[in-house]
Unconditional design. Structure first.
Lengths: 429, 429
């Protein structure tokens, strides 16, 4: 069947505006490791997908899935050891204080639940997020979004506030890193003050510890410590959304390990089941108890034995193939290559990465740092034509996003660098 | 490992209040067809689980899952035929007007999305639910719940209203069925009037078409038609939550087929993937378009090729094993047996069923119809000891819930009847 015929069926079933990548969508029928394949065996290097984090269709994960699905798949209101074997192993990778687990199916559900836990535990309703974020697609977490079309309540009246995400790249000239951290932290205090002024009790702050959707900014040193002081000082809790930063992406198991602080609640999802709908919330036990005292929570599919077997298999592969270590090494290699590219192309304003998550920010002019408007999208489409899948990110979508499955090697990095160089020559030439 | 040791680990990881069934929880390690097994091969007839609807660990479903998981598991922003093959087949089982599909992972996500679609399409915020319902665990759908501990806003100020669920059993004496339908319908009109009075534009009504969580009441004839007239007349849409009533449970493919009306939006989940986290929303295309015009919606795992292959395999089994037809036949058989039991035991106040979903309402006194307080729970626990898993339901939890996987035969029904008779003799003796 032709792509056009498929597109027509898709429009009828899912609607014309159901999101699709690329000007001419890619048709994918098969995946293996870091490669995706089209119907005529067109081969694409996957430089985008963080969900199949241990590689597309990893045989160990598929085997675990099939084996447990053939044995038992049932909800968690019966006793079963799968959820314990997985949950204990998972929380053992985290700070000792983070020992209570809730299993759900999606990152949206995880962030929904984390907000409910924070609100129950603090008795407050006010939640602070960043001003260019996205934490999911339910009404409550959508309220935190600022860069998506949404029909939420007006900010002033609502229980959420946005603060500018911290960044070094567009910091005021001559400001020291410490002063910058202070300035961003002051915005958090101002949001808390505004809640107080309007009689809204503060519950906590929810951010991604690598500010992935904000464009992966370099965060001024000291910011997270100040955030923690202010949030805890006002009686709130810190929720880190590790849906993107967790499970080794950053070269550490958890994104929070590079922030200098330990959050009170961690949410996780995407890579957790390598594509199987598995997500979770891990928190301090007293927060979990406070939530349970106020609310019954049950998730039909969450924590079922199949999901837990899959989660365990993902941890197996991360360990056995030393993918977290590989992420640290290969990301350093790819970073060096991108830094060299920056020397050659003025279009590249800034390069940032957090392990195997790269942001290549394209600007019209390095001094003024204005976002390049059309070239980022053009490059994303050109890269696809050249057989490499990447995307763009940031409020202006001017930041190339490179975020491959973790089995990515230096050879794969070389392909990205080669094709990206070709694209930059073409758009700059 | 002993159950006590498992329970201790569970309390540490999930919290002491993480929900568990039965006074002494059941330890389950294996499932097959309508049977569940403990670690020492203790055998339980599953009279409860509607999620593994085509039978625990059905080999055809497991094969489809494993095969597609080994081939491709990726999000829906690339072209892929799996989602179309499944979605077209799924919507073909429904009224022609219901042709637009959204795929998500859980019933909560489906109801969340349905409410967002209703609100976008109507421009209103006001949603009406029943007064003994449960539609999921996100903040927005929790607002509709009345019988769960929750920390939502107060009703008067909020965007939701509850109306009494319709029922014949506790209807005022001497009232005709038609008058009763009118009386319940008048409550819907009153809720809409209250919205109007408070300046809240009406969006729609969200109910389960068999009122499953309300205790499966017999609904007075004409109620649904009146609901439709009133809701549509006020510019709202009707959302049927078919998370429990869909996929053949009622002896028809969809619960709405027995209501006399076609809803504007249908949500589905639990049995859809036989335990795989798969859920969806199907609606009139113009509602989907209105939503897309207002809002971007993307669900990372929703509609991935593995979920769609699983969904397709469930439809295969429903068709090949004629399970919908079997549900109609076996339910008639079980119903007859239960009706005979009612002759013998005054404790049984009312028996209701909708296909393979049974409600056996236990009362202190048939005339006064007061809920039996302790006996229902005792019987549920006794049935478990006798090797049959059932549960209880309703605001007073006084209604025995029998809702087995659909491969249930008359032989299995006989076991339920035999064990239930024993229990009734014991508690009444």
């Amino acid at each position: 069947m032709s792509d056009l015929a498929i597109l027509k069926r898709r429009h009828a079933l899912l609607g014309e505006k159901a999101p699709l990548f690329y000007e001419e969508p890619v048709h994918i029928v098969r995946g293996e490791g870091v490669w995706l394949y089209g119907p005529n065996d067109e081969k694409y290097l996957d430089g985008y997908n963080n969900v199949p984090t241990v590689g597309h269709c990893h045989p160990h994960v598929v085997d675990a899935l099939a084996k447990q699905a053939g044995k038992l798949n049932v909800h968690t209101r019966y006793l079963n050891e799968e959820i314990l074997n997985y949950g204990e192993r998972l929380t053992a990778t985290m700070d000792d204080s983070l020992s209570r687990a809730f299993f759900v199916c999606t990152g949206s559900e995880a962030n929904e639940l984390a907000i409910r836990i924070a609100r129950c535990a603090t008795g407050g309703m006010g939640i602070i997020g960043s001003d260019a974020t996205y934490h999911g697609n339910t009404s409550t977490v959508m309220e935190l979004a600022t860069n998506r079309k949404m029909g939420g309540p007006k900010r002033k009246k609502s229980n959420v506030r946005s603060v500018p995400f911290p960044q070094m790249y567009r910091a005021p000239k001559g400001m020291s890193e410490g002063a910058l951290a202070q300035a961003y932290a002051a915005e958090i205090q101002a949001a808390i003050d505004d809640f107080e002024k309007r009689g809204i009790k503060f519950a906590g702050m929810l951010v991604c510890p690598i500010f992935a959707n904000e464009g992966l900014p370099d965060v001024p040193l000291g910011y997270f410590e100040l955030m923690q002081q202010i949030v805890h000082g006002a009686g709130g809790v810190i929720i880190f959304d590790e849906v993107q930063s967790g499970f080794g992406r950053t070269g550490s198991m958890w994104g929070y390990e590079n922030t200098g602080i330990v959050p009170d609640i961690v949410t996780m999802g995407k890579p957790m089941g390598n594509g199987h709908p598995l997500a979770g919330v891990v928190c301090r036990p007293e927060l979990g108890d406070a939530f349970h005292a106020e609310s019954t929570y049950f998730n039909t599919f969450g924590g079922n034995p199949v999901s837990c077997a899959v989660g365990n298999a993902v941890l197996d592969v991360l360990e056995q193939e030393q993918l977290v270590e590989q992420a640290a090494e290969v990301s350093a290699y790819l970073r060096s290559g991108l830094d060299l590219l920056k020397n050659d192309f003025d279009l590249i304003g800034d390069i940032r990465n957090n392990g195997m998550f790269f942001a290549v920010e394209l600007v019209k002019n390095r001094k003024k740092k204005k976002a390049s408007k059309k070239k980022p999208l053009r490059i994303v489409n050109m890269m696809k034509e050249k057989g490499v899948l990447i995307s763009s990110i940031g409020a202006d979508r001017n930041i190339l996003k490179i975020r491959p499955p973790l089995p990515f090697t230096t050879d794969h990095a070389d392909i990205v660098l080669e094709k990206l160089t070709e694209c930059l020559i073409e758009v700059e030439g």
